[in-house]
Design a protein around this ligand. Structure first.
Ligand code: MG
Length: 169
């Protein structure tokens, strides 16, 4: 049986969006981020980060740099007892300095639902009303709709305040 998932945007949701964050000093956790992810863990959601990372296509940083940044992010969350089960990223963009990252409208790039669809196939996740997507942009809400999950718009403040209204607690 498929499992409920919580798809989480990264920038502007788990961490502050300072514009293509990728350096360790740019890792600024959102208030309540670890508490929110732990609450989702405890409620039985599979937690999946789905993040557009066009900074890679634009040549601002490499995939390796992003992976190192994610390691730091996961360590910060772990300090609060929170676990991310998987991370999906989309490095593609129509404007790319490296040809391999050039794509006019990649199926993974939100608002397209490709990352959610791939995660669901890889991890046996439900793409229905039992799963949720939390994002700070309209493209996140559109990706949720396109994937068939419930979208929740995070407008800032404490992330756990929003998540507690979704899953209770
Ligand atoms: Mg965002």
């Amino acid at each position: 049986m498929s499992r409920p998932a919580a798809f989480l945007d990264r920038d502007g949701v788990l961490i502050h969006d300072c514009g293509y964050p990728h350096r360790p000093d740019q890792l600024q956790m959102m208030p309540g981020a670890a508490e929110a992810v732990k609450r989702l863990n405890d409620a039985g959601y599979v937690t999946v980060i789905v993040t557009n990372q066009s900074g890679i296509a634009r040549g601002y940083f490499s995939e390796d740099t992003m992976h190192a940044f994610h390691k730091l992010l996961l360590a910060e969350l772990a300090k609060g007892g929170a676990t991310i089960d998987a991370i999906y990223f989309c490095p593609f963009h129509k404007v790319a300095v490296e040809h391999r990252y050039q794509h006019p409208d990649h199926p993974d790039r939100k608002p397209n639902p490709g990352m959610l669809v791939r995660a669901a196939a890889d991890l046996d996740l439900s793409l229905d009303e039992s799963s949720i997507m939390i994002g700070d942009n309209l493209s996140d809400m559109q990706a949720a709709k396109n994937a068939g999950v419930r979208g929740f718009h995070f407008t800032g403040g404490n992330l756990d305040d929003l998540v507690s209204t979704i899953v209770g607690g």
